[in-house]
Design a protein around this ligand. Structure first.
Ligand code: ADP
Length: 168
């Protein structure tokens, strides 16, 4: 069985991520979308919230499983017996960083983990989770960037944050 892992922050998942997930699901028998529990990075959503959103928006793709992991990707992939990592490329600016990660993973895993790059669909080339958060923070419309369920969660999160700031 051909399996692949698509790791990332997904804070939150966007149409760009979903496009990569759906295309990878056609190429592989199973795609594990894995949310990285990165304590060094501050995120808007908890790992559990991100996993739940991903599960919800991929529920119609049967060969996709959502999980989370802490630590090195190569260790998680080895435990799961997965030898291919998927990453998305939007522009050449992504490439340098992604190439470095891919080469590091290849080296650290002693050749066991390879990376497959999927280039973004041009209509999502501009999309990033941080862009979505910035637009939403300033009350902009994110309906072109994320599915309705995610949009609802992002708006809810910012409402909560504003309430907490007010009550302080
Ligand atoms: P990370 O913090 O690991 O970069 P992200 O959630 O930002 O996590 O992205 C996960 C992966 O998805 C990365 O490979 C990134 O390049 C890719 N990606 C993000 N947005 C898009 C998009 N709009 N189109 C294609 N790939 C994307």
């Amino acid at each position: 069985m051909k399996r692949a892992i698509y790791p990332g922050s997904f804070d939150p998942v966007t149409f760009g991520h979903m496009d990569i997930i759906k295309r990878a699901a056609i190429m592989f028998d199973e795609v594990v979308v894995a949310v990285l529990d990165n304590k060094a990075k501050t995120s808007l959503f908890s790992v559990e919230e991100r996993v739940k959103m991903l599960q919800k928006v991929t529920e119609d793709v049967p060969n996709v499983r959502v999980d989370s992991f802490y630590g090195l990707l190569i260790n998680y992939a080895a435990r799961e017996n997965i030898h291919v990592a998927i990453r998305g490329l939007r522009a050449v600016t992504d490439f340098e960083y992604e190439l470095q990660i891919a080469q590091t993973n290849k080296l650290l895993s002693k050749g066991s983990l390879d990376t497959v790059f999927l280039t973004t669909d041009l209509k999502y080339a501009y999309l990033s989770s941080s862009g979505v958060k910035e637009i939403a923070y300033f009350d902009g419309d994110i309906s072109e960037c994320v599915p309705p369920y995610v949009e609802e969660k992002v708006l809810e999160k910012y409402r909560e944050l504003r309430m907490n700031q007010k009550n302080r």
